[in-house]
Design a protein around this ligand. Sequence first.
Ligand code: 4NP
Length: 152
Amino acid sequence: MKILMVCLGNICRSPLAEGILQKEAAKEGLDWQIDSAGTEPFHVGEPPHLLSQKVAVEHGLDLSTQRARRFTKEDFDHFDKLYAMAEDVYEEMMLIGKGNGEASKTDLLLNEVYPGENRSIPDPWYGGEDGFHKAWALISSACTQIIKKYGR
Ligand code: 4NP
């Protein structure tokens, strides 16, 4: 499986999703390729937000070597499954893909936990540390479901 996690800046939510799913997949002995990207260019080249890194370290996960990159339409060719962290991100991904069938491999991450509900992970960029803990909890629950669904 090649899985891409996508948010706006690739510094708050999707780096957590990349790190969590990599760790979970490795624990299960799965040879998966997991990456993340952002639909916006503002933070390209930067490491994850310090609060994403802090929350991750509290859970034994080091995100410090990740660097933000921008999502491109070629990502639809390379990855088997692409997850948007939120509805605005999903819509932007569809615009970038320009209707070449990319919707078939793209879903909102939280649809793995709440199928068909199209819930978004609130963007922690605009708040305090609490939002990063909430993002961790939501993303972890979705990654557990992804492993259950595809990890055999
Ligand atoms: P992310 O959060 O999409 O979870 O990485 C954001 C990071 C930066 C900005 C917005 C959201 N920004 O506007 O710079």
